[in-house]
Design a binder for this molecule. Structure first.
Ligand SMILES: NC(=O)c1ccc[n+]([C@@H]2O[C@H](COP(=O)([O-])OP(=O)(O)OC[C@H]3O[C@@H](n4cnc5c(N)ncnc54)[C@H](OP(=O)(O)O)[C@@H]3O)[C@@H](O)[C@H]2O)c1
Length: 332
């Protein structure tokens, strides 16, 4: 089968190599999926640069790609929930990625069935970012009627985080590039701030929850607009000790991350706020709930541009350049 391979980390970035590799074996609890479309994320470029190796160390050669939509080709001996021909999608398991390929073998509990109203390309834009939002909202224990600020909500995270937040009954404020205002409002944002014209920190205050996609450069400002006792989940700030514990990391990593994230833990503690970092993980159960939201509410997905597997490096460059209007997709 054809797959896009990373041969080693490179801090300045590296081109993936598209070549023929064997179709993966299927374990008893796994499902072999014929992949039809895969989503490209900033995470893929971070993996290439070795930026997440402390969280998930990979071995090489590595078939890249973190999320997909496809059709079940074969179910392992102990799998009862999925059968040949089912349309499925998933965020690939952290320890076994490989969505930029014609086939992937995926543990069944990472999968969910694709809602009928989504094409493969639309479905491939959902799992990673939708689960990111879902896991963040679970961690913050968001309550209906609460006020949520999503920084940089014009990107692919926002495309899922906004409609999911609306389905949970939250009041959503976001900022991002102004040319995306209309699209983001159509997703359900109640208030939009163009970050090139206005500073959100001058306009809003007292928010209950923050989903931060911008990290270090914005975290201090974000804590200012968060109410006393409010919760913030960062996707891009520094991991802290609580994150390492939640991920059941060994003690030496817990100690390292405790030191790394101390700055934000201290900042949060001043006003009884909570700082969390997450690294989105596979979660078939969460994805099933997301499928329900997509089926019931007819939520729109945001697909930006579609590339072929042979053009994977162009797609990776596009994602690296920012200027996102939703998800970049590889059609396989
Ligand atoms: N930890 C995790 O599990 C996890 C999961 C998913 C994503 N992430 C991270 O979350 C970040 C966002 O991901 P994404 O897929 O949404 O990225 P994306 O599609 O590239 O979108 C980023 C958006 O942020 C906007 N932006 C840039 N600077 C801004 C600023 N100063 N103020 C407001 N908006 C700004 C961009 O607008 P312009 O077009 O004007 O640049 C763009 O629309 C990435 O760093 C990614 O690695 C982490």
């Amino acid at each position: 089968m054809k797959a896009a391979i990373l041969e080693k980390y490179a801090s300045e970035g590296r081109e993936l190599v598209v070549k023929d590799v064997p179709v993966p074996e299927v374990g008893d609890n796994e499902v072999l999926v014929n992949i039809k479309a895969a989503g490209v994320n900033p995470l893929d470029n971070m993996i290439v640069r070795g930026e997440v190796k402390l969280i998930v160390p990979y071995k090489f050669p590595l078939v890249m790609g973190n999320e997909f939509a496809g059709v079940v080709e074969k179910a392992g001996g102990k799998v009862t929930e999925f059968k040949k021909g089912d349309r499925v999608y998933a965020r690939m398991p952290l320890d076994k990625i490989g969505a930029f390929a014609e086939y992937a073998s995926v543990k069944a509990d990472a999968l969910a069935k694709i809602p009928d109203n989504l094409s493969f390309e639309e479905a491939a834009s959902v799992p990673l970012t939708a689960l990111t939002a879902w896991q963040a909202y679970e961690l913050m224990n968001v309550q209906k009627g609460g006020k949520l600020f999503i920084s940089g909500g014009t990107g692919s995270v926002g495309a899922m985080a906004i409609p999911i937040a609306k389905s949970l009954g939250l009041n959503v404020i976001t900022n991002g590039s102004g040319d995306n205002e209309e699209r983001v409002r159509a997703l359900g944002a109640d208030q939009f701030i163009d970050y090139r014209k206005e500073n959100y920190a001058d306009i809003i205050s007292g928010v209950d929850y923050i989903l931060d996609t911008l990290g270090d450069k914005e975290l201090e400002n974000e804590f200012k607009i968060l109410k006393d006792g409010g919760s913030l989940v960062s996707l891009r700030g520094l991991p802290n000790g609580e994150f390492a514990k939640r991920m059941r990391m060994p003690l030496y990593k817990r100690a390292a991350f405790m030191i790394a994230g101390k700055k934000y833990d201290k900042l949060a503690a001043k006003r009884g706020q909570r700082y969390h970092f997450i690294f989105v993980h596979e979660d078939g159960e969460g994805l099933k709930k997301i499928s329900e939201i997509f089926s019931d509410k007819k939520v729109q997905t945001s697909v930006d541009e579609i590339f072929s597997l042979d053009d994977i490096n162009k797609a990776m460059k596009k994602v690296a350049s920012g200027r996102s209007k939703g998800k970049t997709i590889i059609k396989i």
